[in-house]
Design a protein around this ligand. Sequence first.
Ligand SMILES: *Cc1c(COP(=O)(O)O)cnc(C)c1O
Length: 213
Amino acid sequence: MSIVENYKLLINKINHLSNDVTLICVTKTFSLDVIKPLVDNGHIHFGENKVQEAKNKWLELLKIKPKINLHMLGKVQSNKIDEIVKIFSFVHSLDNEKNSIKFNESEKKFNKKLNYFIQVNIGNELQKSGIQLSLVKDFVKFCKKDLNLNILGLMCIPPFNQNPEIFFSKLYKLNKECDLNNLSMGMSSDYELAIKNGANYVRVGSYIFGSRS
Ligand SMILES: *Cc1c(COP(=O)(O)O)cnc(C)c1O
């Protein structure tokens, strides 16, 4: 099947589950030639995990297609925050105070507001990105009240090789407790489960584009 066929099949499956889901096509490692048919098809939400790669790939296209929204999914390096604010519209991987302060400063500098998801280390894993569970509520409050960042909701990547549903439902509850209304969860292997557990932003790559080498 072609990439556009995969994409259309995925859209159908998603719409079958919910009519309120934003699909982010995750294009990391794929070249613009491969991605372009989706842009031509009118898709506007794309995810990348590296700043330089995103710039190389998307900068020119963003100038002629300003409706495209780039979503930063990868670990945020604090020295790249100005670059992120310049080209991305969404960040799904905000997970510490230092970076949130820098995002706030950078937003002022470029007079631009982004949308943020706070990444939660939902499985309490060593070495995994995301803020620890016990700190989530205070961090949400800090970002919203003290910094006036536009926090949409929480995001997670469940632990590998475990039933993701437990983690999705846990994040759903925590999101409600934080009084947040959007949830970024679900990838190629588990987007259906994520939507059943309240996700309204799903981040899907290999289902559409095939496996990354
Ligand atoms: C790569 C990536 C995805 C997409 O993963 P697939 O399994 O290819 O769908 C989603 N979220 C994040 C944070 C990623 O880095």
